[in-house]
Design a protein around this ligand. Structure first.
Ligand code: PLP
Length: 413
């Protein structure tokens, strides 16, 4: 396998050393093949908001397995998940299930182009929307970590239709629309950016996106693959009170199995085949096992107090980490929105890609390695989020903060 991994973010290139090989997970614990145990803040890159092997998810999967693995024909289960998504997210009136976040964004953008009859799309520097050609333009996360903002293999004329704008910068976007507004099909945004570390939208940024896309007849697409059902049950759009035209989902709605979804206004979604002419399909889409894990996860997330608990746990971790950094005299900027946070090794505010890139990645690498040897599994890159789950106990969070004291000392050296 190239680099020994099936997704580049799993390699330890940015932090040094070899990745640990995982044997199993239980709650917030991860166990590697050498018998070490870690407190897990990756959660399979976001889906595992309940932790590993939640008993209700596993029981539902066991029951589902008895019925088969895939039918390639309609099932009640997928309809139930679709219904759940539509009732959770008011801007989503119809939804189509796919197999990954990449498929969701790729399909939503094809739909936006088909619906508007326009070619160009606007995305933001440092936002990652999966690995479709036209979205791998100054993408965040793995591409940012590897310093390959635009991948070879993406044709220049494909890239030409993607306009990059700085995140949290309404003035530049205003200029882009003034120049190309009549040809812009959609603006796609991570409403809380989570692939250049965590960068929250500044006050008024999302409502500006809503306003300018309406003004020019372009669609607003929220990529909530990471934020959906994480920063609130109804995602960032619930948290910030903005209704996009289309929404992309993934991660949590599959409960740890491969799922994605895109949905939005009925009038737009009715253009998708077979209701309309915009083609999109999938052999395994709406897979019974994936849908079952997603539904079981959402049902647990609906329990009263869930998001308050996530908020409490995340604040406890954030406060502890900030204290530990201050004690060690290491300058950090901590950004947090709900149960996703990032500790940037810089004393500047981080509001966009450029300010994220000012972080001291060598310090992060030293911090990461000491945390790992202290039993805390973080994403092996400065430009990833720390994901807190309902499975994290107060004791595990306190242990994490204790490990961070040592790790900040190592990072400060
Ligand atoms: N969009 C966002 C915001 C993501 O964070 C990701 C993955 O991390 C994707 C899209 C792509 O999803 P997938 O890896 O399931 O293709």
């Amino acid at each position: 396998m190239p680099g020994g991994v099936n997704s580049p973010v799993r390699a330890f290139q940015a932090v040094g050393g070899q990745p640990v090989f995982i044997a199993r997970g239980e709650g917030a614990w991860l166990y590697d093949v050498d018998g070490n145990r870690y407190i897990d803040y990756v959660g399979s890159w976001g889906p595992l908001i309940l932790g590993h092997r939640h008993p209700e998810v596993i029981a539902a999967l066991r029951d589902c397995l008895e019925t088969g693995t895939s039918f390639g024909a309609p099932t009640a289960l997928e309809t139930e998940l679709a219904r759940e998504i539509v009732s959770a997210i008011p801007s989503v009136e119809m939804v189509r299930l796919v197999n990954s976040g990449t498929e969701a964004t790729m399909s939503a953008l094809r739909l936006a182009r088909g619906y508007t009859g326009r070619n160009r799309i606007v995305k933001f520097e440092g936002c990652y929307h999966g690995h479709a050609d036209f979205l791998l333009i100054k993408a965040g996360s793995g591409a940012l970590t590897l310093g390959v903002p635009t991948s070879p293999g993406v044709p220049a004329d494909t890239a030409a239709n993607t306009i990059n704008a700085p995140y949290n910068d309404p003035d530049t976007l205003e200029q882009i629309f003034a120049a190309h507004g009549q040809d812009i099909a959609a603006v796609i945004v991570e409403p809380v950016a989570g692939n250049m570390g965590v960068v929250p939208p500044q006050e008024g940024f999302l409502s500006f996106l809503r306003e300018i896309t309406r003004r020019y007849g372009a669609l607003l697409i929220f990529d909530e693959v990471m934020t959906g059902f994480r920063v609130a049950y109804g995602g960032a759009q619930e948290r910030f009170g903005i209704n996009p035209d289309l929404t992309c989902l993934g991660k949590i709605i599959g409960g740890g199995l491969p799922v994605g979804a895109y949905g939005g206004k009925r009038e737009i979604m009715e253009r998708v085949a077979p209701a309309g002419p915009v083609y999109q399909a999938g052999t395994l889409s709406g897979n019974p096992l994936a849908v079952t894990a997603g539904l079981a996860t959402l049902r647990i997330l609906q329990h009263p107090g869930t998001y308050a608990e996530l908020e409490r746990k995340s604040a406890r971790l954030a406060d502890g980490l900030a204290r530990a950094a201050a004690d060690a005299g290491v300058p950090v900027t901590l950004n947090r929105v709900g149960a996703m946070l990032c500790l940037f090794f810089t004393d500047h505010p981080v509001t966009d890609y450029e300010s994220a890139c000012r972080s001291n990645t060598a310090r992060f690498a030293a911090f990461f390695r000491t945390m790992l040897s202290g039993g805390v599994y973080l994403a092996p890159s400065q430009f990833e989020a720390v994901f807190i789950s309902l499975a994290h106990s107060g004791e595990q969070i306190d242990r994490t903060v204790e490990a961070a004291h040592k790790a900040f000392a190592a990072a400060g050296r």
